[in-house]
Design a protein around this ligand. Structure first.
Ligand code: C2E
Ligand code: CA
Ligand code: CA
Ligand code: CA
Length: 274
């Protein structure tokens, strides 16, 4: 549009979708955010059924922008994902989570990796290098990916997951049940953990279908030797229904909100509930 002259540019600018303009502003802000110290990780407990104790944390990114205030990662991660910013951001997240792991003696910290990060050239070597540099045992890092990351190029993804697992990393499939995968075809992938998407947990009390899906994910997941984490446990009723379904691991506001790093480190080895 720019080549067509001033008039056209102005018309284009005026009609430019607010959301596109907003995206550009977010992108600009985000490119400064690391250097300006505007990012931090919070850590949401993952609680094991037996003792209701915190065995792990999921690291979740927070951005406090001087311009916009707190912006949800649900909003800015997809924008970063569409530019190369996701790599810089992802590296920051990984390094930060590894620093936390060095201070916290629990089982593992689960870190979200976007599809583009996962598909980058030499992803495995890249992660190995940072984990070794931090002096963390690979088994204490869980790599969380969604079905989108693996089903676009299933063979390559299966190979990447296999190599990560060979190196000792834990692998979790996030938002399970919302994508294309079935319990049948996840056998091809080297996994340790399934995270049941919170939409199913939320539906459990209302619809037979959601309850049936949750039950079958838990049972078949366990039969395949996987850890199964229920996400979005918001009420006592959710927790009870999941107990009945045989769920082994829970995550959600009813158990704990995401915590600041210092607080997360403090509750090391302490029983969280009961
Ligand atoms: P996710 O990976 O599915 O993370 C779980 C989201 O659910 C988090 O939102 C968490 O705060 C929220 N949550 C936890 N318990 C409950 C609950 O009981 N009820 C409800 N309604 N929500 C609950 P958050 O932190 O806003 O993150 C949103 C999404 O942004 C994440 O979804 C993930 O896809 C992405 N994300 C967050 N941090 C990172 C990161 O470091 N890297 C990448 N690539 N993505 C990230
Ligand atoms: Ca996640
Ligand atoms: Ca999830
Ligand atoms: Ca999600």
């Amino acid at each position: 549009a720019k080549k067509s002259g001033r008039g056209v540019v102005r018309v284009f600018d005026e009609s430019m979708d607010e959301s596109i303009r907003f995206r550009r502003q977010i992108e600009g802000g985000l490119s400064q955010a690391i250097a300006n110290g505007e990012l931090r990780l919070v850590y949401q407990p993952i609680v094991a059924r037996e003792q209701m104790e915190v065995v792990a944390f999921e690291a979740l990114l927070r951005w406090n922008s001087p311009q916009y205030g707190q912006i949800s990662p649900g909003l800015f991660i997809p924008i970063a994902e569409e530019s190369n910013l996701i790599h810089e951001l992802g590296d920051w997240v990984l390094d930060e989570a590894l620093k936390m792991l060095a201070q916290w003696p629990g089982q593992y910290v689960s870190v979200n990796f976007s599809p583009r990060q996962f598909r980058r050239q030499n992803f495995v070597g890249h992660v190995v290098e940072r984990v070794q540099h931090a002096g963390i045992e690979p088994g204490r890092l869980q790599i969380e990916i969604t079905e989108t990351a693996i089903f676009d190029n299933a063979e390559r993804a299966a190979d990447t997951l296999y190599r990560l697992r060979q190196m000792g990393f834990r692998i979790a499939l996030d938002d399970f049940g919302t994508g294309y995968s079935s319990l049948y075809n996840i056998r091809k992938f080297a996994l340790d953990c399934l995270k049941i998407d919170r939409s199913f947990i939320d539906g459990m009390g209302r619809e037979r279908e959601s309850a049936a899906i949750v039950h079958s994910i838990i049972h078949l997941g366990h039969a395949l030797g996987l850890e199964v984490v229920a996400e979005g446990v918001e009420t006592e009723a959710h927790l009870q229904a999941l107990r009945v379904a045989g769920c082994s691991h829970y995550q959600g506001y009813y158990l704990a909100r995401p915590l600041e790093a210092a607080v997360a480190v403090e509750i090391a080895n302490e029983r969280y509930m009961e």
